[in-house]
Write a protein that binds this ligand. Structure first.
Ligand code: AMP
Length: 282
């Protein structure tokens, strides 16, 4: 496995990689969720690249950019063991040199939910993803459904800018009790951790509600909210029932639909989501 810290180095190394090249973009602090993406890429592509970059432009001024975990040696070992061929691990200065002034700002699926609460977040994501696609030039790129809105923002970005890359969405990897794996789970205090299953329990409740015949999105939302409200230490940021492509809220669950949740456990903000109907994209 070759680790490159500059664009020039990566481009030189990439010249020797066999096509198709699959990319798994990450911020490091790797866990099974990231590694599931690598394994999928490994199965479908001749070469696999991973980017490890904690991207400052997608963090708000009061968010966790400085304290975000960066266990880089461990990440390299896990990436290598999972079959990554090329790692792109640039510095902030390499990605955003003095004078940097051009951003990619998405509309559509970027506008609501995380977009409203984390102002500038998807602008940072769309900008860094565009740069990574340009530097790494993968034929396919693998994103987790864990960050479902991000996945739809990236799909929109690729379609709108005619970027020559195919986007693959991969299922959420969970702990045995349902908590979605996340690099931020380490922030949970031991007494908060058991309650962090509330998001998954709420999603399961929403799915059961729909399976039992409920079609009114507000009723499905209320059933999910009840689970969160009755969880000690949990506060709801949003619970939404949305169109799985546009991320616009739905009034009725008559076709493909996705439930999105953001909630705090104490001070730790968690997000999760699930299809409400098991149809293609729903
Ligand atoms: P991050 O390092 O948090 O930016 O995540 C890098 C990629 O891994 C993104 O496409 C995430 O959606 C994906 N990912 C993170 N956690 C999970 C998970 N629990 N299951 C599946 N994919 C995940």
């Amino acid at each position: 496995m070759k680790v490159c810290r500059t664009v020039a180095d990566f481009r030189a190394a990439r010249a020797g990689a066999t096509a198709p090249l699959g990319l798994v973009p990450t911020m490091g602090a790797l866990h099974e969720g990231h590694l599931s993406l690598v394994r999928r890429a490994r199965g479908e592509c001749a070469s696999v690249a991973m980017s490890i970059f904690v991207n400052p432009t997608q963090f708000g001024p009061h968010e966790d950019f400085t304290r975000y975990p960066r266990p880089i040696e461990r990440d390299h070992a896990l990436a290598e063991a999972a079959g990554v061929d090329l790692v792109f691990n640039p510095s902030v200065e390499e990605m955003y040199p003095a004078g940097f002034a051009t951003y990619v700002d998405g509309g559509g699926p970027a506008l609501r939910w995380e977009g409203e609460r984390r102002l500038g977040h998807f602008r940072g994501v769309a900008t860094v993803v565009t740069k990574l696609f340009t530097v790494i030039a993968p034929q396919r790129a693998y994103f987790g459904e864990k960050d479902y809105q991000q996945l739809q923002v990236v799909r929109r970005l690729v379609a709108d800018l005619n970027l020559p890359v195919e986007i693959a969405g991969c299922p959420v990897v969970r702990e045995p009790d349902g908590l979605a794996l996340s690099s931020r789970n380490v922030y949970l205090a031991p007494d908060e951790r058991p309650h962090a299953t509330a998001l998954y329990r709420a999603l399961t409740t929403g799915r059961k509600c729909v399976a039992a015949g409920e079609r009114d999105a507000a009723a499905v939302r209320r059933a999910m909210e009840t689970v969160l409200i009755s969880t000690p230490g949990a506060t709801i940021d949003y619970v939404a029932v949305v169109d799985p492509v546009t991320l616009e809220p739905l009034e009725r669950v008559d076709g493909p639909a996705r439930a999105l949740i953001a909630a705090r456990l104490g001070l730790v903000r968690l997000i999760d989501n699930a299809p409400l109907v098991d149809l293609n994209q729903g």
